[in-house]
Design a protein around this ligand. Structure first.
Ligand SMILES: Nc1ncnc2c1ncn2[C@@H]1O[C@H](COP(=O)(O)OP(=O)(O)OP(=O)(O)O)[C@@H](O)[C@H]1O
Ligand SMILES: [Mg+2]
Length: 363
């Protein structure tokens, strides 16, 4: 996957900017508030996804304008393609996000998901290490949804039955036939849940070694990262999960809600053998998340046959010189965009340096 040209009009603080990215590393350099993250966000929108900052359409359109337009030329699927994405304000002729792909009207921007793919690191992703298990499950699920179309359905069905079972457990004593209903729910949970667990386990056998190798490289072999899936029981077969649910039956009745299953699992992130959340320094935590994100991209590349573009926002802060140099020089073979406030970055990178100032782009 390679972005060859991007023209941005009336997007965020950018009136008009033309970006000619390098095939490998492009460093977007500029002071705070100049439009670096805005440019990454524009590239990300071409994936058909929501804004990684969770922004609404009105926030994306430059104040005072009615439409934002993103015109991109990229190479995907072995050929050159063009996308034109518009974000229209409410009340205009074309409100919301719509897209034309290779000249054909494709309606909603989400309809082209999978055409142009990217993986983004934004500082909020540090919660992967610092935050609770929910964020780590979301990371796994989001990656799996992109790789396997059936995963979203299995995980949604599973969560729906969890909600139904929770309602039953709460009112178990006053529900006639509650025991039969509970059996039915547990059977459904074992089916959908084991599918979710099988995919997660499979995914981690690919993700973990890649992330661990990235961490070794970033730390120049000085430290180790270890990712360990903590399943609620042996993953893979509905029987194992069914047995676990039977084992937990009376405890769940006492508690009044579901106590076990993939919706309560976690992923241990160990730095030098210790939990990264508790013992990791800021730079180590950042390096760990970055290693995981780069690994996410390479697994997606293996599964989908094309390596996604990497968008690394504000990834250099808190990293020491050696780690920064690694990022500014070593990420070579996959197209990568890195933002930085460090005006001396030019001396340390072999990538293409682009200056961003007041929403304009200068090389
Ligand atoms: N819809 C909009 N219209 C006009 N300006 C906007 C809009 N949305 C955001 N901005 C402006 O864009 C600027 C922020 O740009 P951006 O987040 O890309 O900065 P940055 O270069 O990444 O800075 P930092 O180094 O601090 O992360 C802010 O000044 C903000 O006011
Ligand atoms: Mg920024």
């Amino acid at each position: 996957m390679r972005l060859d040209r991007l023209v941005v009009t009336d997007f965020r603080n950018i009136a008009r900017a033309e970006l000619q990215p390098a095939p490998r590393l492009t460093v977007l350099c500029g002071a705070n508030g100049q439009g670096k993250t805005n440019l990454l966000e524009a590239i990300w929108l071409l994936t058909g996804g929501k804004s990684f900052r969770g922004a609404r359409d009105a926030e994306l359109i430059r104040r005072g304008a009615e439409f934002s337009v993103l015109e991109a030329q990229f190479s995907a699927d072995g050929r050159d393609q063009q996308a034109r994405l518009t974000v229209g304000a409410k009340g205009t002729q074309k409100p919301g996000r719509t897209v034309r792909l290779n000249g054909a009207d494709r309606g909603r921007a989400a309809s082209i998901a999978g055409t142009f793919t990217a993986v983004v690191f934004d500082p909020n992703h540090l919660s992967l290490v610092k935050g609770g298990p929910e964020g780590r499950r979301r990371f796994l699920d989001a990656a799996l949804c992109q790789l396997y179309p059936g995963y979203l359905a299995a995980s949604r069905r599973y969560l729906r039955v969890v909600a139904q079972k929770n309602a039953l457990l709460k009112a178990y004593d006053i529900t006639p036939g509650g025991d039969v209903l509970l059996e039915t729910y547990n059977e459904a949970l074992a089916g959908y849940g084991s599918e979710v667990m099988r995919r997660r386990a499979e995914y981690l056998t690919r993700l973990a070694p890649a992330a661990e190798a990235n961490y070794r490289d970033i730390s120049r072999g000085a430290e180790t990262l270890e990712l360990r899936y903590c399943p609620c029981c042996e993953p893979g077969s509905p029987e194992h999960l069914a047995a676990k649910l039977r084992e937990m039956r009376s405890a769940e009745l006492r508690a009044g809600f579901c106590l076990t299953g993939p919706h309560r699992e976690d992923l241990d992130i160990l730095i030098d053998g210790q939990p990264g959340k508790i013992y990791g320094s800021q730079g180590q935590q950042r390096s760990a998340v970055l290693s995981m994100k780069l690994a996410e991209a390479s697994v997606a590349g293996e599964v989908l046959g094309e390596h996604p573009v990497m968008l690394l926002d504000d990834v250099l802060s808190e990293l020491d010189d050696a780690r920064q140099t690694y990022l500014l020089t070593r990420i070579e073979d996959k197209q990568t965009f890195v933002t930085t406030c460090d005006s001396a970055a030019f001396a340390r990178t072999n990538g293409r340096l682009v200056f961003v100032e007041g929403g304009s782009v200068k090389e």
